[in-house]
Design a protein around this ligand. Sequence first.
Ligand code: HEC
Ligand code: HEC
Ligand code: HEC
Length: 131
Amino acid sequence: MYDAGKVITGIIVFLILITFPFWFNAASGRATYKPDPEIITPDDQCVETAEYMKRNHMDMLNQWRDQVVREGQRTFVAPDGKTYELSLSNTCMNCHSNKSEFCDACHNYMAVSPFCWDCHIEPQETTYGYK
Ligand code: HEC
Ligand code: HEC
Ligand code: HEC
């Protein structure tokens, strides 16, 4: 006959082992960790809505580059009619100059490392005196 005590102990040990990754992550706070890009800009709006930017900024930057390099077109007209220079360093990074706490906060979490900074000038980080 089998030993009920040992079987139950065995089952409990087994359950602890297979669920280890879940409660380990929960205990260490990793299950709920989300990157928290810090928005510190001199202006209170982006060139498009935040929702749009979150999803499309990579494609938008490619489009901006193509427009400048292939068509010599350097002006972006935002939905609200405001105009901006089509420029990674002069436009995006002029507002989002805290690259390490903004762009990199998301990119490090997602393990993407855009190679743009091989050529484009990284911003002088500033918090505009807000911090
Ligand atoms: C005039 C200042 C300004 C410029 C220029 C600007 N941004 Fe923004 N950006 C902001 C502000 C302010 C927000 C937050 C807007 C909000 O919450 O409604 C933001 C939001 C974002 C977000 C969403 C972040 C999040 O977590 O919600 C991304 C991504 C982003 N910007 C990338 C860019 C890129 C890439 C460029 C250049 C193509 C750019 N921004 C140009 C001011 C700017
Ligand atoms: C809210 C999070 C978030 C913020 C803030 C953010 N990014 Fe991104 N970015 C992403 C994600 C996610 C991807 C990867 C998308 C994919 O792989 O499809 C990405 C991809 C990119 C890419 C394409 C990289 C590649 O190798 O394909 C560029 C360029 C880029 N981001 C530029 C920027 C710049 C410049 C800023 C700061 C002004 C910025 N991003 C801020 C989330 C963010
Ligand atoms: C091998 C060097 C190199 C790399 C890497 C590179 N670029 Fe560029 N980029 C250029 C040059 C050169 C221009 C043309 C500059 C001009 O005419 O103002 C340019 C122009 C641009 C422009 C329009 C003008 C400006 O001043 O911003 C954008 C936007 C742009 N690139 C985005 C990107 C993004 C996003 C990445 C990374 C995914 C990237 N580039 C990587 C060399 C590079």
